[in-house]
Design a protein around this ligand. Structure first.
Ligand SMILES: Nc1ncnc2c1ncn2[C@@H]1O[C@H](COP(=O)(O)OP(=O)(O)OP(=O)(O)O)[C@@H](O)[C@H]1O
Ligand SMILES: [Mg+2]
Length: 225
């Protein structure tokens, strides 16, 4: 479902030095697999997910999602591949502020394979406990509620691959457990693969399969160039 090969990304520091952030040799996820990556703050988890999603272009290397190669595509084609195959729960939500909760989810669907389906969007928002907040704008929600909108938007398209970046970081323990259970259940229902990154041991311990991000991310062992 997901294959990553020799993926590298570095950034220029404000001092003008090139700093290697991501350097993943081989990483793969099978259809339906659920994996949690543990990594401390600043270790490059979000950068890694943005590379997989084609939001960032790597310095070198390849990302293949369900047979389609994300790297090497033009930006519009990357956007299309992302919309067709991926559900991305962003660490910072990335909700559209000028649109209601329902519209955020419907708009997300309109680029995907199922098209805009208000009924399904309502149903998914109901499942994340926001059935009574459909007409609210993001700024009228609590941070945890905004996070749940982000979860609903990512899952509504029934994507083949779900990327979850600290998806319960703003929820209390009970809501975090419930949101995580829902994400995993929806992925199982549709045979989607799930890749979650987190530094929260409470979240990580719910996964049978966990890996240390630093272990797959060998760039951190390289001296900065
Ligand atoms: N656009 C950028 N320009 C320069 N440096 C960047 C840029 N984006 C990220 N970095 C650096 O890359 C490192 C990894 O950032 P990233 O956001 O991937 O970490 P993270 O593991 O997701 O952290 P957290 O757990 O706090 O979310 C950080 O040191 C950050 O300063
Ligand atoms: Mg991050």
């Amino acid at each position: 479902m997901l294959a990553v090969a020799d993926l590298k990304k570095s950034f220029l520091s404000p001092e003008g030095q090139r700093v290697a952030i991501v350097g993943v040799g081989r990483f793969a996820l099978a259809a339906g697999e659920q994996l949690a990556l543990r990594g401390e703050s600043g270790s490059g988890k979000t950068t890694f997910l943005n590379l997989i999603a084609g939001i960032l272009a790597p310095d070198s290397g390849r990302v293949t999602i369900d047979g389609g190669e994300m790297t090497g595509l033009s930006e519009p084609k990357r956007d299309r591949l992302r919309a067709e195959k991926l559900g991305y729960i962003f660490q910072t939500f990335n909700l559209l502020q000028g649109y209601t909760v329902l519209e955020n989810v419907v708009l997300g669907m309109s680029f995907g394979p199922r098209g805009a389906d208000r009924g399904h969007a309502r149903e998914v928002l109901g499942r994340v406990g926001l059935g009574h907040r459909l007409e609210h704008f993001p700024r009228q929600l609590s941070t945890g509620q905004q996070q749940r909108v982000a979860v609903a938007r990512a899952l509504a398209n029934r994507p083949k691959l779900v990327l979850a970046d600290e998806p319960t970081g703003n929820l209390d323990r009970k809501n975090a457990h419930e949101a995580l259970a829902l994400i995993r259940e929806v992925c199982r229902e549709h045979g989607a693969a799930l890749l979650l990154v987190s530094h929260d041991e409470d979240v990580l311990k719910e996964f049978e399969v966990r890996k240390d991000f630093a272990e797959i991310n060998e760039a951190l062992k390289e001296p900065a160039r």
